[in-house]
Design a protein around this ligand. Structure first.
Ligand SMILES: [Ca+2]
Length: 220
């Protein structure tokens, strides 16, 4: 696999943006980042990671796995994202992967947000789902993340989604791109179901990748 990876990030012409807009954008960003990440083990680094293309971890702390969904070490042989990629994106040791010999796998985590019910009920919380989503070379295997807002009775009230990232968006490099989506938390929300789905389109290994996943509820 190619060793030259670039985690490109296109910065627009900031100079053309008014100072007021810049200040507002920085303020909004700072508020969002100040809210804690409600996901446990969103970076796949709390448990073990396998070091080969056949491995499946026995469990993933914080997550309920389906199929052969697994956690892999950066730099594992077989063409996985390299240590240099991790260094560029802040991926640390491990990342999530769809796993060996399966077309579709995933993991779920339920986040209890009932302690925020007063603010949520007043319409004063904005949810942001974010993470690094990746894949392998020119293959279109991908990973999507959804966050479904649920009422106390389990009724679906709305969904946030990030991904899939296409091979074209990755410039056919084995790397990750930062994605995020935000929307107001529906007022009756008491929990949020976060679901990772890795989908294979070619090859044997399911190369839908993710890392550094976060779900934050910011005050509005
Ligand atoms: Ca990680």
């Amino acid at each position: 696999m190619s060793s030259s990876r670039s985690f490109g990030r296109a910065f627009g012409a900031v100079a053309t943006v008014s100072l007021v807009a810049v200040v507002l954008a920085v303020g909004a960003s700072a508020r969002s980042l100040a809210a804690p990440n409600l996901l446990k083990n969103g970076g796949a680094d709390l448990g073990e990671g396998v070091n080969d293309v056949n491995g499946i971890v026995t469990s993933i702390p914080g997550w309920t796995r389906s199929g052969s969904f697994t956690v892999v070490k950066y730099g594992a042989p077989g063409g996985f994202p390299e240590l240099a990629v991790s260094k560029k994106i802040g991926g640390k040791v491990n990342f999530f992967a769809g796993g060996p010999s399966n077309p579709r796998s995933g993991a779920t985590q339920v986040v209890d947000v009932s302690r925020f019910k007063s603010a949520i009920g007043a319409g004063k919380r904005m949810a942001t789902l974010s993470g690094l989503l990746g894949g392998y070379a020119s293959q279109e295997d991908s990973l999507t993340v959804t966050a479904t807002f649920l009422s106390a009775a389990g009724k679906k009230l709305g969904v946030l989604k990030i991904g899939p990232v296409t091979a074209g968006q990755r410039k056919s490099e084995t790397t990750f791109l930062q994605k995020s989506a935000s929307k107001p938390v529906p007022k009756a929300t008491r929990s949020i179901l976060v679901k990772l789905t890795a989908a294979r389109t070619s090859g044997s290994y399911n190369d839908g990748y993710a890392d550094s996943l976060a779900l934050r509820l910011a005050a509005t």
